[in-house]
Design a protein around this ligand. Structure first.
Ligand code: G3H
Length: 529
């Protein structure tokens, strides 16, 4: 089926963006080597053709190692301007960046729509949520600093404890939230005094380019280095040197494992990882039908199911399955597909050209093994989309039961005994979140107690989600390592480090002088309100 709708004037692309600059050591360098074209799966013409959006540098080992050198030089074995800078000065740099970033909203939102097909309201939300994340991070950083502006004393030993940077952070974000999730790693890493190398995601890469100058003029040289190219070509050589202290990655566990394996001294590498998940919905017999249908709809299909937090498997109790599935299948077919700027659109083009074929494979495999498609439109192919199929009954033998589909297809598994979904979750490679639908408190209570030990967030009569960003975002098993939230990320990208001294006249005199002369940025009891 065709999917063309005329493009509103204000979202039309003026000209392709041929990105030729990258940021290393505070300089925006010009790239004259090989480039890769960037396409949108959205067509600009009635006859379907992907739209050429521009091109990006296709960098390799040489530039990757230059970026690493720049980050190492800026860290300067802990002596660098940035890792030793006063908290208030670091905050001032970040505020300068934030002001410039805010002025790029329109451009970034337009590129989010074109590059990854995210709807206009969701693209705006991604931008605004990121701005808010940075503002909240700055407030949290001030609190952290305030709480550290003191001396503890135990057993005759004083301690002045702060959180210090870890060193060089390699930061890689995902295509589904190319701005928000990437910045949710990068911003706390930077503010804690680390120096960084950042490679934008495979899709959602051009939208980073308007921010290169802001990175350049907001931070001391070498604090933020931005590379373009394939992960394998630029990230692997950096990891091989063993000089990276933190791998910060939101993506899948295969890439994370491959990269961490390259590091020669894995004990030195801190991992901050947000990985794949297969979050289940568990629908109990007494679930509120209307609410469950709505939450399962947004949980499975917001941004076409391309969210690590999406509901990727639905367990429904046999006593309620008929009523639930009838309403749910109808609700899926009542959604609207269109381009991201079309008003009221729910489903949008898939940014990965091969994605519909992959989803089709999952459907075909499930049908072959005995599942049916419950909704009329399920599996209908468009030029750049495949209509979400509600597959039922799904069994453990089907690929869609185990694989993280990260796209529009909904496997439904019937159950009679609650032990079935619980055992499946315990067996699963993933452990991020669950959605539990039901009302009876006596049934819910023991279930909540168990589920909280299998995943890291139990959503009661609510779909799974990361936000609000002040809450901990993490997972068990192959789903994550370290915890992210405004509060936790500052801790994930830093380490407690302190100055200790025995209580005697000499030390008291020295510390008093240090405080008075204000020459140390570490030993200080001043703080920002
Ligand atoms: O892709 C995973 C994202 O962290 C999901 O965030 O739940 O706010 O959409 P969200």
């Amino acid at each position: 089926m065709k999917s063309f709708t005329p493009i509103p004037e204000k979202f039309m692309l003026k000209a392709p963006i041929d990105q030729r600059h990258y940021l290393i050591g505070g300089e925006l360098l010009r790239w004259d080597g090989k480039t890769s074209e960037v396409f949108s799966t959205i067509s600009s013409t009635p006859e379907y053709t992907p739209t050429l959006l521009g091109s990006i540098p296709d960098m390799g080992e040489t530039e990757a190692l230059k970026a690493l050198d720049a980050a190492l030089m800026a860290y300067d074995k802990g002596k660098g301007t940035w890792p030793t800078m006063k908290v208030k000065d670091r905050i001032a740099c970040m505020e300068r960046f934030l002001e410039q970033m805010k002025s790029k909203r329109e451009q970034t939102v337009a590129l989010l729509m074109w590059e990854i097909g995210k709807s206009l309201p969701d693209s705006q939300k991604e931008f605004d949520r990121t701005v808010e994340y940075i503002e909240d991070t700055l407030e949290e950083y001030k609190t952290l600093d305030r709480n550290a502006a003191r001396f503890d004393k135990h057993d005759g030993v004083y301690a002045h404890i702060r959180r210090g940077p870890l060193g060089v952070v390699l930061c890689l974000g995902p295509y589904n939230y190319p701005l928000n999730e990437t910045f949710a790693l990068l911003i706390p890493a930077i503010i804690m005094g680390n120096t960084t190398i950042f490679k934008p995601a495979k899709h959602g890469v051009l939208l980073i380019t308007p921010l290169l100058e802001a990175f350049q003029n907001s931070f001391p040289k070498g604090v933020v280095n931005v590379l373009f190219g394939r992960g394998r070509a630029v990230a692997a050589p950096i990891m091989k040197t063993g000089k990276v202290d933190v791998l910060a990655l939101i993506g899948n566990s295969k890439s994370a494992n491959a990269l961490q394996d390259q590091h020669p001294k894995s004990n030195r590498l801190r991992l901050v990882l947000g990985l794949e998940a297969k979050n289940p919905a568990i629908i109990l017999p007494d679930a509120d039908l209307e609410l469950t249908v709505q939450e399962c709809l947004s949980g499975t299909l917001s941004f076409n199911g391309q969210r690590c937090t999406a509901l990727k498997i639905v367990y429904v109790h046999e006593q309620i399955q008929e009523a639930f599935l009838k309403r749910f299948a109808a609700a899926v077919d009542a959604l609207t597909f269109g381009n991201p700027w079309d008003s009221g659109v729910n489903l949008t083009p898939l940014p990965e050209p091969g994605k519909s074929d992959y989803i089709q494979e999952l459907i075909d495999d499930a049908l072959e093994k005995g599942a049916r498609i419950l909704n009329e439109k399920g599996g209908t192919r468009y030029d750049n989309f495949i209509w979400p199929a509600v597959l039922y009954p799904v069994t453990a033998q089907m690929r869609v039961y185990e694989e993280e589909q990260f796209g529009p297809v909904i496997p439904v598994v019937p159950f009679t005994k609650i032990d079935q979904p619980l055992n499946d979750m315990a067996e699963s490679n993933y452990g991020q979140q669950v959605s539990l639908f039901g009302k009876d408190v006596r049934t819910l209570a023991p279930l909540i107690d168990t589920l909280a030990n299998l995943v890291c967030r139990v959503n009661l009569n609510s779909s799974c989600q990361r936000g609000p960003d002040v809450y901990p975002f993490t997972g068990r098993k192959d789903s994550a390592q370290s915890t992210l939230s405004v509060y936790d990320a500052l801790r994930s990208f830093s380490i407690r480090t302190f100055v200790a001294f025995k209580d005697n006249d000499l030390n008291t005199e020295i510390v008093e002088a240090l405080l008075e002369e204000k020459n140390s940025n570490f030993i200080s009891t001043e703080y920002l309100l």
